[in-house]
Design a protein around this ligand. Structure first.
Ligand code: KG4
Ligand code: ZN
Length: 333
């Protein structure tokens, strides 16, 4: 069988990234240029600054990738790109670059949903066993997705307000931790869970709501500050993380049971969270569920995951045209 090489591009937020993926599994090469240091001083991603930096860097990383992979654009089977959700100006940089390549080399253009990419990062560690449940936790998403086949997504629940990563980042900011604070809270979460925090939405649905929890942590910090008391950051991080992890894992395990699946995939930037990874490992072992988690470096945004998802989209016949546009907000499909 002829090998399929996908050249993939991801520019949905503040990482400029490209990769070459062979047959949906093998990383031939990958380059990720993070803009975190640029945005850190603003306390979050500034969209205009992000897109300008994508423009500045995109051709440089393409060149670097081809050189280190020892491959040429002519050898690619198709060009895949994230077309949403994300920051419109940032997405457009990747989309226009890939449209140009697809036109020049006369090869298919594959539009990839960013979350499909996060889910497919798991293909690096194992084969998907259907039906399965994917738990997607990132800066923009908290979702439970049911898949009965490759590239067949059905959302069964999602966030009603803040995404979990967003909630981590906002709490971290008030705790005086630098952007993006999710990882810093995770590192601090090795104390005692002795701060009393409210329980987020705990109903029969698969929906999530973390904004109340976020507000109460922020209020708690402000109140203690006004009283002149200091916060035990380790204990607060531990208490906050425990509530999040308990809430997410409870609903996820319920979905696994109800949908009678044997495999769980963890996906998105917050998949790097040690507390969440450990708790899911423990619960899945207990229930004999196979758990796939992406390698740490492929949890946050990267083009490798887009190239893997792009391969399955390619096999399914999904094609984009030269009129492909960025879509800042859209359901997984
Ligand atoms: O998937 P991602 O790179 O971007 C989006 O698609 O949103 O996720 C970034 C998010 C940020 O909110 C970041 O704080 C969070 O993932 N994150 C973490 C950890 N590492 C990254 N949150 C909690 N614990 C971590 N270890
Ligand atoms: Zn992402």
């Amino acid at each position: 069988m002829k090998d399929i090489f996908i050249f993939s591009v991801e520019t949905s937020c503040d990482e400029t990234s490209c990769a070459i993926i062979k047959n949906g599994k093998e990383i031939i090469g990958s380059v990720v240029l993070s803009q975190i240091d640029i945005h850190k001083k603003f306390g979050g991603v500034v969209p205009e600054v992000a897109s300008r930096n994508h423009v500045k860097n995109i051709t440089i990383i393409f060149q670097e990738l081809l050189e280190k992979s020892n491959m040429k654009f002519e050898e690619m089977s198709a060009f895949a790109v994230t077309y949403g959700p994300g920051l419109t100006g940032s997405l457009l940089v990747g989309i226009e670059a890939v449209k140009t390549l697809s036109f020049i080399y006369n090869k298919p253009l594959i539009p990839v949903h960013h979350i499909a990419g996060h889910i497919y990062a798991n293909n690096l560690v194992g084969d998907f066993v259907f039906p399965l449940i994917a738990l997607v936790v990132s800066g923009g998403h908290t979702e439970l997705v049911y898949m009965k086949d490759h590239y067949d997504f059905k959302k069964i629940g999602g966030t009603m307000d803040d995404a979990v990563g967003e909630c981590y980042d906002k709490v971290a900011r008030v705790m005086g931790l630098s952007y993006p604070g999710g990882q810093k809270i995770d590192e601090l979460a090795c104390g005692q869970a002795n701060y009393k925090l409210p329980k987020p939405l705990d109903d029969n649905s698969y929906n999530f709501s973390f904004s109340g929890l976020k507000s109460s942590v922020i209020n708690l910090i402000h109140n203690e500050d006004q009283r002149g008391n200091s916060i035990n950051k380790k204990d607060l991080a531990t208490s906050f993380q425990k509530v999040i992890v308990d809430t997410i894992t409870k609903k996820t395990m319920k979905a696994i049971e109800e949908y009678n699946v044997k495999q769980l995939l963890l996906a998105g930037g917050v998949a790097a969270n040690k507390g969440l990874r450990n708790k899911l490992k423990e619960l899945c072992k207990e229930k004999h569920i196979e758990l796939l988690m992406p390698p740490m470096e492929y949890c946050t945004d990267n083009a490798v995951m887009i190239g893997i998802a792009g391969y399955y989209a390619y096999k399914k016949g999904i094609r984009g045209s030269l009129s492909l546009n960025a879509i800042s907000s859209m359901e997984l499909k």
